[in-house]
Design a protein. Structure first.
Length: 666
């Protein structure tokens, strides 16, 4: 399960439906040995994927709940964690509240105490404590792998024939857990993962001691793999040296176990040591090689042919497109531009997997499958189809409706995947074939590996595309300002040693009239969020013929119908990109040429979009304003909500005011 930040809601929806379908098929075929078994042997995850692996396993240990409809969550605790609880703004603890600042220490921009709260509630022992349910579709033990970015690093040495040593530090760490007492099939337990050092998690202990058991450590590891740098607090974990001795490595070399080179005369207390970790996805965001080796048999690789394949790896990727090759390059070789480009370069290179790329080039591989976002009106799988995809994946935290959409889309996509894509030809021995031909009397066809039984065969409807209300958007901006007012002074006190410099920065932050850094930062954040909401049509356009439920509902006088071309939802994606450029805080006014330079769109498209946006009724979120101010004879535009004040637009005097106040046009 790949890293996804807030789009973990999508992964959680996939997981919820998948385990429900596995349980239903097991119940359907139970007692009939002529029908094939399907077993879940291991899960690996990074960031939100790793958190889902742990939270999902905890929810499973509490039992699948009755769900009369296919879209009802069978793991309500997992649903609550990913959809209801993890929010920027709420009445209780949230990502923009200040519980984490109570001790005067700044660990991250957002309040990561919320994640501790979610984890604690997931681990809380129900009353009365349930017995771990039997899950025959799980291997015994079930293996969990979580990637971690270990900032301390683990030393490995390469020895040469002359006795010299080349030293390396590995920061791409991982946690391995062996869940026992939950699965029901030891016959399919992973031999590879079984030899790998790992901590045992006993299902019954979860329902007796909760966070005070070894499951509490697993919960902390889940928080660590999701500790997105700067945005969420880094975590301190501990490990025993034995956790690294004889560790299995997912590389095609027989007996690939390499142990660290610990410093001489180093004996940590209790043979355990601490280290700071951040998001596991920073180095390994798609740890499918761990899952692939965990299900591998004694052969060099899993069987790939449709007639003989008997095990497979499923990858859940809310952001399947990853990073695209840039169509153009600014060729900016200045110092700061190069420094700015280095971090994403390092991260992308660390995630590049040449061996997987070579394997993927082969056609008709039946040992690996992908579940990724797709709505019915889309031609490709893409993160544009998930509502949590805005703001680089953080946008799902803005509104519960975004996460609710993605959870259901995950269920729906998993259902369609199991029905139409997770299949094998009936020549496979799984269905009675001989590997080349189907059994006597049958014609060639593909059959589902996990047949959908009962209510699970009823199609899950496509969720309506969610849009944030303006009331919720305004409340969000207010909370951003409130958290910044508490965080920045503490950050200055923590990081700036000079009392005079600290005082000077405080004055600049929020004291100088009409030029406080605070106002500029909050406005830049407001506009950046608005840009992505407009770009992805995820905000109420305020010109519809009905108010959104969050704003009271009911008819809006003079509003436009759903099909009106001036509604934001009816602007094409390229047109919404043009509108989003009107929110760029670097410019007060935009020209057609400037937007063309930024987007690469045709000038006619840009011009026509701006003209159309000027016709949007007053009060529209996406209404454009054409200024009387020109640049080299070209008209200038901005959003109507950003139009310049009276003094800046006055004839003659306005030019001086604009110059003094620094109005930017581009």
């Amino acid at each position: 399960m790949a890293g996804a930040i807030s789009a973990g809601a999508y992964t959680a929806g996939v997981f919820d439906f998948l385990v429900r379908a596995l349980a239903a098929w097991e119940a359907e075929r139970s007692g009939d040995d002529t029908r094939h078994k399907v077993r879940l042997v291991a899960m690996s995850g990074a960031s939100a994927g790793g958190m889902t692996a742990v939270l999902g396993t905890i929810a499973l240990a509490r039992g699948l709940q009755p769900a009369p409809n296919p879209a009802d969550p069978a793991l309500p605790d997992l649903y609550r964690a990913w959809v209801k609880a993890v929010a920027m703004v709420s009445d209780g603890i949230c990502l923009l509240s200040d519980e984490d600042l109570a001790d005067g220490k700044v660990l991250s921009l957002l309040n990561a105490r919320l994640l501790d709260d979610i984890c604690d509630k997931a681990l809380a022992v129900p009353s009365p404590p349930p017995l771990p349910p039997a899950m025959p579709f799980l291997a015994e033990p079930l293996h969990l792998y979580l990637t971690e970015t270990n900032l301390r690093g683990i030393e490995y040495d390469i020895a040469f024939a002359n006795g010299d040593v080349y030293r390396m530090l590995n920061h791409g760490d991982r946690k391995h857990y062996k869940v026992t007492g939950l699965g029901g099939d030891p016959a399919v337990a992973s031999a590879w993962a079984g030899q790998d050092p790992g901590q045992t998690l006993v299902a019954d202990r979860l329902n007796q001691a909760g966070k005070d058991s070894e499951w509490g450590e697993a919960g902390r590891s889940a928080l660590a793999t999701g500790a997105f740098p700067v945005g969420l607090a880094a975590r301190v974990l501990d490990a025993a040296r034995d956790d690294y001795q004889g560790r299995q490595w997912p590389i095609p070399t027989e007996g690939a176990t390499v142990s660290p080179a610990w410093p001489k005369d180093w004996s940590p207390v209790g043979d355990r040591f601490d280290f700071v970790t951040v998001d596991g996805g920073a180095i390994n965001n798609e740890p499918f090689e761990l899952a692939r080796y965990a299900v591998k048999d004694d052969l060099d690789r899993n069987q790939r042919d449709g007639g003989t394949a008997n095990r497979a790896m499923i990858m859940v990727a809310p952001f399947p497109e990853g990073y695209a090759f840039p169509r153009a390059d600014s060729l900016d070789d200045r110092l700061m531009a190069v420094i700015k480009a280095l971090l994403p370069t390092f991260m992308q290179q660390a995630r590049f997997k040449a061996d997987e790329l070579v394997a993927a080039a082969a056609p008709d591989i039946y040992s690996r499958f992908l579940i990724a976002p797709k709505r019915t009106d889309s031609t490709d799988v893409t993160s544009k189809d998930i509502a949590c995809g805005l703001l680089g994946g953080f946008g799902g935290f803005l509104d519960e409706s975004f996460r609710r959409h993605d959870f259901q889309l995950g269920q729906r996509n998993c259902q369609e995947f199991l029905r139409s894509h997770f299949t094998l030809p009936n020549s496979n021995v799984l269905f009675g074939g001989d590997g080349m031909n189907p059994s006597a009397g049958q014609t060639f066809q593909d059959l589902p590996i996990v047949p959908l039984t009962g209510v699970l065969g009823t199609e899950i409807g496509q969720p309506d595309w969610p849009r944030m209300s303006m009331v919720a958007y305004s409340t969000l901006v207010q909370h951003i300002g409130s958290r910044a007012d508490k965080l920045v002074p503490l950050l200055l006190k923590q990081e700036v040693g000079s009392g005079f410099l600290r005082w000077l920065l405080k004055v600049a932050w929020n004291t100088i009239p009409f030029w406080s850094i605070r106002d500029k930062v909050i406005e830049a954040a407001r506009l950046a969020i608005l840009a992505d909401l407009i770009r992805r049509d995820q905000i109420d356009d305020c010109v519809g013929d009905t108010f959104p439920p969050e704003d009271g509902g009911g008819p809006r006088p003079g509003g436009l119908s759903e099909a009106n071309p001036l509604r934001l939802r009816n602007f094409k994606s390229d047109e919404r990109e043009v509108l989003a450029r009107l929110t760029d805080s670097s410019f007060d006014l935009r020209t057609v040429a400037g937007i063309v330079k930024d987007t690469g769109l045709d000038a006619i498209v840009v011009q026509n979009t701006l003209v159309k946006a000027c016709e949007v009724p007053d009060g529209g979120t996406h209404k454009a304003w054409c200024s009387d101010i020109t640049q080299n004879g070209a008209a200038t535009y901005t959003l109507d909500s950003r139009k310049l004040g009276f003094f800046k637009t006055m004839p003659l005097l306005g030019g001086l005011v604009r110059k003094v106040s620094g109005v930017s046009i581009g």
